[in-house]
Write a protein that binds this ligand. Structure first.
Ligand SMILES: [Zn+2]
Length: 281
């Protein structure tokens, strides 16, 4: 698939993605388990690799709507929490999640979710909403009013994503507590709900202290991984998610929704170690 405004780096990314999609067909079939999809932006308002054209997103959601095994993150947490019900057969359950809290969520994503009646969790970094500060790559933040509208549909569960989108592997202990407590308090004050789920900013797992602080406050926490969360073998505070990208195409999306493309995550993690060096958020 060619993207609008293709430049050499986009073409390179697309070529690499096509190679990964072909490679995925020769790796062993992923285990059964809960596959959590991670979306960032929809509508191609930016050139970000995680900003999907609306029609591509709508086609993906139409596929998700045909599945009988779409779960809320709460339901997935119940399924993954021991003791496990032996009557439930392992399957490829799917969970929808969205990150950050940009305005395309209400403009582009919500109409599709409402039309198809699909539940999802939206992880928000609250300082961007409070201060109406742009997210990277010109991401316009949602407002608290817009978030109330999202919650009122009964389909959107708001989760925490720290207050300032801080990388929790390098922050000091006091800052970590503050980031989580302020984020929770702002969501509670504005939306009247206590967030049960957390997504680590940039999917980077935190320090030992951050890990404890997150376990104390939330029912689940998500990192990267691009693989299924297997019943009986999953740490609820290290849930794997599969990020959906514009270059995936429908083939790549189908592989991910069925738990594949793990190799892509292994490569990205190695690259991110260098990309995030010296960064704070
Ligand atoms: Zn984020």
């Amino acid at each position: 698939m060619m993207l609008r405004g293709d430049d050499p780096s986009t073409l390179l990314r697309q070529t690499a993605k096509n190679a990964l999609i072909r490679l995925d067909s020769v790796v062993p079939t992923p285990a059964d388990g809960v596959v959590t999809l991670a979306y960032h932006r929809v509508g191609r308002h930016t050139s970000s690799a995680v900003d999907l054209p609306r029609e591509v997103f709508a086609r993906q959601m139409a596929h998700v709507a045909t599945r009988t095994d779409l779960l809320t993150l709460d339901a997935a947490a119940r399924l993954l929490t021991p003791p496990h019900d032996p009557r439930i057969t392992p399957n490829r359950q799917v969970v929808l999640t969205f990150d950050d809290g940009t305005s395309d969520f209400i403009d582009e994503v919500l109409p599709v979710l409402v039309e198809l009646q699909l539940p999802a969790t939206l992880f928000v970094a609250t300082s961007f909403i409070d201060n109406q500060r742009s997210f990277p790559e010109n991401g316009t933040p949602l407002t608290w009013n817009a978030l109330r509208e999202c919650v009122a549909t009964g389909l959107v569960d708001v989760g925490a994503h720290s207050h300032t989108h801080l990388l929790l592997d390098r922050a000091d202990d006091m800052t970590i507590d503050l980031e989580l407590d302020v984020c929770n308090a702002r969501i509670e004050d504005e939306l009247g709900v206590t967030p049960s789920h957390f997504a680590y900013p940039k999917a980077v797992h935190g320090s030992t202290y951050a890990d404890l602080a997150v376990r104390e406050r939330y029912r689940t926490a998500s990192i990267a991984g691009t693989r299924p969360n297997v019943v009986g073998r999953t740490d609820l505070w290290r849930l794997h998610r599969s990020p959906i990208q514009a270059t995936d195409g429908f083939d790549g999306f189908l592989l991910k929704v069925n738990g594949g493309m793990r190799l892509e995550d292994d490569l990205r993690r190695a690259a991110n170690k260098i990309r995030y060096r010296g960064k704070r958020s």
